[in-house]
Write a protein that binds this ligand. Structure first.
Ligand code: PGA
Length: 234
């Protein structure tokens, strides 16, 4: 089984020099069964040839008059085969909804690239959490091949807050996600990651206790030493 450690740098760092230094530190972290995928901002994607590249976003067309957008095929030609889709920051700041997310997943499937689809409830008090997560998955994946899909369970309250979700709750959500995916396609078994304030102290809880296939790391992936510790702890 492969364990995934995905680094989501978000809109960081602000200079090329800092990006090069971070990339250099991350070049040798992965192993056969431990896949370290680095998702830098677009301008920094060509700065290292020695990491497995992921992107934080893409558009849903191959090419054309879409000012400011980036096509999955452009990413693929840079050697990037993974794209994060449906991150809560994109849903909130850019009003990305299910129909847009679905189009992105379809074009990524056409390009034979892997989608890392983020889902998760907004608040700890969400009494309809089963319905929320089920809808987030079904609305974008029903009728879609799951062959190139990874799910990242990211409870929004835990993102960037230090207020991570307990391993017990995360495990329940993982089981729910597995059931929903099983209903969509019984033959595929997509990897399920946890994201939201992951650090070197809590990472093993999500992998060993809660049974996730890996983690999506935001803030802590911008700190070389901390990120190395996370990879080492997996
Ligand atoms: P965080 O971000 O690790 O800083 O909470 C995770 C994410 O947004 O993917």
């Amino acid at each position: 089984m492969t364990t995934f450690i995905v680094a989501n740098w978000k809109m960081n760092p602000s200079t090329k020099e800092e990006a090069v230094s971070l990339l250099l530190a991350m070049e040798k972290l992965g192993k056969e069964n431990k896949k370290v995928i680095i998702c830098p901002p677009f301008p920094f994607m060509s700065l290292s040839k020695n990491v497995i590249l992921g992107a934080q976003n893409c558009f849903f067309e191959k090419e054309g008059p879409f000012t400011g957008e980036v096509s999955p095929y452009m990413l693929k030609s840079l050697g990037c085969n993974y794209v994060i889709v449906g991150h809560s920051e994109r849903r909130n700041f850019f009003q990305e909804d299910s129909s847009l997310i679905r189009k992105k997943i379809e074009v990524l499937n056409d390009a034979k690239m892997t989608t890392i689809l983020c889902v998760g409830e907004k608040s700890r008090e969400d009494s309809d959490v089963v319905e929320t997560i089920t809808r987030q998955i079904e609305s974008v994946l029903d009728g879609v091949s799951l062959q190139n899909i990874i799910i990242a369970y990211e409870p929004v309250f835990a993102i960037g807050t230090g207020d991570s979700c307990s391993a017990e709750i995360a495990k329940e959500r993982r089981e729910l996600i597995k059931e929903v995916l099983f209903e969509i396609d019984k033959n595929e078994n997509p990897a399920i990651l946890y994201g939201g304030s992951v650090d070197s102290n809590n990472v093993s809880e999500y992998i060993d206790k809660a049974g996730f296939d890996g983690v999506l790391v935001g803030g802590a992936s911008l700190n070389k030493d901390e990120f190395k510790k996370i990879v080492d702890s997996v």
